[in-house]
Design a protein around this ligand. Structure first.
Ligand SMILES: Nc1ncnc2c1ncn2[C@@H]1O[C@H](COP(=O)(O)OP(=O)(O)O)[C@@H](O)[C@H]1O
Ligand SMILES: C=C(OP(=O)(O)O)C(=O)O
Ligand SMILES: [K+]
Ligand SMILES: [Mg+2]
Length: 527
């Protein structure tokens, strides 16, 4: 590989490593998505999560019912209000997920070198030799020698509750497997992953559609996380479904790449999706271990070049019950940032972990350190080269804004945006300083009522590295006149000052569109 692929500012003085990190108003430019569940659903804990740096809350419908998630969401709203921190809401679908059906919920011990039968007959009791599952097509999909993994929901890999099976025989609808390691399945939800096998179920299931048209519709979710996306068509289909549900036509779709089929169709999926989640939990099982990092580097790079957010999952599993991550995990978080990720998604750590707040805080600190040595210069040149010439006016000005901000050592970039597009384009060039994206609402009508756009767009930028949104007052006219021009800018500057990112005599780069032209201006503050 070419040496410029090392996206690290060099050289680093060893002594500088020990310099304590300066406290900043925000933990990191990289965003943190927290999965909310039993250990992270009180107003108090969620407030602490927000203050520690969580900017997106994930509600995973693989698990829990709508009522449970609604209660958590109401608490999230209260926490947002009291902590004055913005947070986007992400709904994660169940999708074609295979599950063990264990009605009694009694623990089941599986012995290495014994046989176990997977059966679609859900009336049967789960035992050490028989596991009912929620899918009748398994016997048609697998063949002898295939590998099946069964793990607790949000398995971390370090439990003694995960088991590997090898298919030895297919008998009617049953699949007979050899147990490769001893394990005890204890807990309410166990998922199955069959390595590199296509599961003949729709990506958006009937259950998912029901949840979206009720829970998601009621709560106007910002981001749909589409589990097990395998084709661009999956994204198009989900988009069409959302488009008929009122405000959900503004919801973004993040495709979760969880298996080799999604990986093989990555380019076309990326074209359709608004962002990508690298679901390393499932993908880490589908791929041979030695290939996981290659996928990550290639996928994050493609997302960066497309200017679409890349989210990496399963980073500090061991923090589910430990106060410190392992060395490998801490290094992995930093590498995800150096690879160019926008956000880190926490699963078991925040959902059922003992230390949800500490986890967010430590991950934020690691991200911040990695950002400091991220080789923006190499990245910038690569991004410009990738786009080629001629660039669109907007992209040319957006990248120039980032360059200007670096050259004049601006403390922030202020970007006016309505759709969020301009802010995302600036973020694409990975400025080392925060971007305050001032979202200017647009008045729109569906012939029944007038509404303002902007709220979705502001929250959706909470998953993009470096973007910090401010929703402008809708009473300001969208068209910038000289009078409003200064006033909205002043609100943004005041916001930056209160937040501590802008100080007297700082330089600030402002990006805006005036009429049809994109404009960058550099302002030097007096006080
Ligand atoms: N200084 C300013 N004060 C208030 N509004 C502004 C200012 N500068 C630009 N705007 C408005 O912000 C909006 C930005 O939206 P737009 O340029 O369409 O961005 P995008 O392509 O990101 O949606 C425009 O309506 C523009 O008139
Ligand atoms: C986040 C993941 O998926 P799930 O929704 O099953 O947690 C993953 O596989 O990494
Ligand atoms: K899920
Ligand atoms: Mg998964």
């Amino acid at each position: 590989m070419h040496s410029t692929n090392l996206l690290l500012e060099e050289p680093i003085r060893m002594a500088s490593i020990l310099e304590p990190s300066k406290p900043t108003f925000f933990p990191a430019m990289t965003k943190i998505v927290g999965t909310l569940g039993p250990k992270s659903r009180s107003v108090e804990i969620i407030s602490c999560c927000l203050k520690a740096g969580m900017s997106v809350a994930r509600f995973d419908f693989s698990w829990g019912d709508a009522e449970f998630h609604q209660e958590t969401l109401e608490n999230l709203k209260a926490a947002i209000k009291s902590s004055k921190k913005l947070c986007a809401v992400m709904l994660d679908t169940g999708g074609p997920e295979l599950q063990v059906v264990n009605k009694s919920e009694n623990p089941i011990s599986l012995q290495a070198d014994s046989l176990v039968v997977l059966t679609p007959d859900q009336d049967k009791e789960a035992t050490s030799n028989l596991l009912p599952i929620n899918f009748s097509g398994l016997s048609k999909s697998v063949k002898n020698g295939d590998t099946i993994f069964i793990g607790q929901y949000l398995f971390t890999g370090s439990e003694t509750t995960s088991v590997w099976l090898e298919v030895t025989e297919v008998k009617g609808e049953d699949v007979i497997c050899l147990i490769k390691n001893s394990a005890t399945l204890a807990g309410p939800l166990y998922t199955l992953h069959v390595s590199q096998i296509r599961i003949d179920l729709p990506t958006l299931t009937d259950k998912d559609k029901k949840v979206i048209s009720t829970w998601a519709f009621r709560n106007k979710i910002d981001i749909l996380s589409l589990s097990y996306t395998r084709h661009a068509e999956d994204v198009r289909h989900a988009r069409e479904f959302l488009s008929k549900l009122g405000d959900l036509n503004q919801t973004q779709i993040f495709a979760k790449i969880e298996n080799v089929e999604g990986m093989a169709n990555f380019d076309e999926i990326l074209r359709e999706a608004d962002g990508i989640i690298l679901s390393r939990g499932n993908l880490g099982i589908d791929l041979p271990p030695e290939k996981v990092f290659l996928f990550q580097k290639a996928a994050v790079h493609k997302c960066n070049m497309a200017g679409k957010p890349a989210v990496v999952t399963r980073v500090v599993d061991s923090m589910t019950d430990n106060l410190r991550p392992t060395r490998a995990e801490a290094t992995d978080v930093a590498n995800a940032v150096l690879d160019g990720s926008d956000a880190i998604l926490l699963g078991a750590e925040t959902l059922r972990g003992l230390y949800p707040v500490e986890t967010i805080s430590i991950v934020g600190k690691i991200c911040a350190e990695a950002e400091k040595v991220y080789n923006q210069d190499v990245y910038f040149k690569r991004a410009v080269k990738y786009v080629g010439e001629p660039m669109t006016h907007l992209e040319s000005i957006a990248s120039s804004a980032v360059r200007a901000a670096i050259k004049v050592k601006a403390s922030v970039i202020i970007c006016f945006t309505s759709s969020g597009r301009a802010a995302r384009l600036i973020a694409k060039y990975r400025p080392p300083m925060p971007v305050l994206s001032v979202v200017i609402p647009r008045l729109k009508t569906n012939q029944l009522r007038w509404t303002f756009s902007g709220a979705f767009q502001a929250r959706q930028s909470l998953i993009v590295r470096g973007l910090f949104p401010i929703l402008a007052d809708p009473r300001h006219p969208a068209e910038s006149t000289n009078a409003t021009d200064e006033s909205v800018l002043k609100v943004a500057l005041d916001h930056g000052k209160t937040a501590g990112v802008i100080k007297p005599h700082d330089r600030v780069v402002v990006f805006q569109k005036v009429g049809d032209s994109s404009v960058v201006k550099i302002i030097e503050l007096e006080n």
